[in-house]
Design a protein around this ligand. Structure first.
Ligand SMILES: NC(=O)c1ccc[n+]([C@@H]2O[C@H](COP(=O)([O-])OP(=O)(O)OC[C@H]3O[C@@H](n4cnc5c(N)ncnc54)[C@H](OP(=O)(O)O)[C@@H]3O)[C@@H](O)[C@H]2O)c1
Length: 329
């Protein structure tokens, strides 16, 4: 089968289309004939600096949609999944390929009416957005929310889910004016460009500060976001896109009553797959019902995976990027 393989870490050009043996599912696992693979920021970090990569060669790709090709021993018993069924899956690696392997625990049957194309946009972003707001962030109706990367995949979902949950002011941060319109269409009341958010939050909350902030950038952005919290405000850290050293928080930074939480969908998928399944089922149903939409800003063939990474690195994309791999439904 054809797959994108990384033999050495580096720029997008290290993503090479290669002929590799087809993988066979072991116990509790299954294989999927991939229709589409979602492209994620974490895959750029994996390709460039080896983020979460155990060894080389490495096959990138964290999420796919497609049809079940084969079931390993025990995979059907625990989930009721069957060969030929259309599914979406969150996988550790190997999604940029014609056949992908997945733990049956992190494979999700599609609700009626959900296409494979839309399904590929969901497994990472949507449970993440829901988990950030409602599990780690414990959002209550009427509270204000601030989100970095508001026009990206996660940001696009968070704006809509926060709106559905009855949040108060929903504020977004993006890196360029060209992304503001996309974020405003995704549920945000107001969108700041870069550091504008520091003063903007004060104005938008009449000096009170933010109840719930979601930070995927880290470093100085994390520190400024922490300082922008309301009394008893919560900050959930879920990425380090800026590449600065990991943040640290001292006790007094949290006075008078702030808290900081973390969230990782990949770690949740390994340590608490039932929690992931609950997040996925709740949110996939919202997409099937038309309450949440994840626009695809670019769809490229598998052979152009490098171009997809270049596009995300250019910081001009919004919503989700997809690789088209096999037959559509
Ligand atoms: N913890 C988790 O479970 C989890 C799950 C999914 C994603 N994430 C993280 O969430 C973030 C967004 O992921 P995504 O899938 O939505 O990605 P995406 O659609 O590719 O968007 C990436 C976002 O990151 C921002 N960005 C890119 N390069 C940056 C840089 N050097 N410094 C600061 N911001 C940068 C961009 O926003 P601007 O250009 O507007 O700043 C863009 O909106 C990433 O950091 C990713 O690792 C975490």
């Amino acid at each position: 089968m054809r797959a994108i393989v990384v033999e050495e870490f580096g720029g997008p050009e290290v993503l090479k289309l290669t002929e590799v043996p087809e993988p066979e599912p072991g116990p509790g696992r299954l294989s999927i004939d991939v229709a589409y693979a979602g492209v994620n920021f974490a895959e750029l970090k994996a390709r460039s600096v080896g983020y979460r990569v155990a060894s080389l060669p490495y096959l990138p790709g964290l999420e796919v949609s497609g049809r079940i090709r084969a079931l390993g021993p025990g995979a059907a018993e625990s989930t009721g999944l069957r060969v030929g069924q259309p599914v979406a899956a969150l996988i550790g690696s190997g999604g940029y390929a014609e056949v992908a392997l997945a733990d049956a625990d992190t494979v999700f049957a599609l609700p009626a009416g959900l296409s494979l194309r839309i399904a590929a946009t969901l497994p990472t972003v949507l449970p993440t957005a829901h988990g950030l707001l409602h599990r780690a962030g414990r959002l209550r109706a009427g509270e204000s929310v601030l989100v970095h990367g508001a026009a990206g995949g996660v940001g696009t979902a968070v704006g809509q889910l926060a709106r559905l949950a009855g949040a108060g002011r929903i504020l977004g941060v993006v890196s360029g004016a060209a992304k503001v319109e996309h974020a405003l269409r995704s549920g945000y009341d107001e969108v700041f460009v870069g550091d504008e958010f520091v003063d903007g939050v004060g104005r938008a909350t009449e000096g009170r500060g933010i109840d719930l902030a979601l930070d995927s950038v880290g470093g100085e952005t994390f520190r400024r976001t922490l300082a922008a919290l309301a009394p008893f405000g919560r900050l959930v850290s879920f990425g380090n896109a800026g590449g600065e050293p990991p943040w640290q928080v001292g006790q007094t930074d949290l006075y008078p009553g702030r808290s900081v939480a973390g969230f990782s969908i990949l770690q949740l998928s390994q340590s608490a797959p039932a929690e992931l399944r609950a997040l996925a089922e709740e949110t996939f149903a919202l997409v099937a019902a038309g309450s949440v939409e994840l626009p695809v800003s670019a769809e490229l063939p598998l052979s152009e995976a490098a171009e997809a990474h270049r596009l995300i690195e250019s910081r001009t994309t919004t919503g989700k990027l997809l690789l088209r791999v096999g037959d559509d439904d």
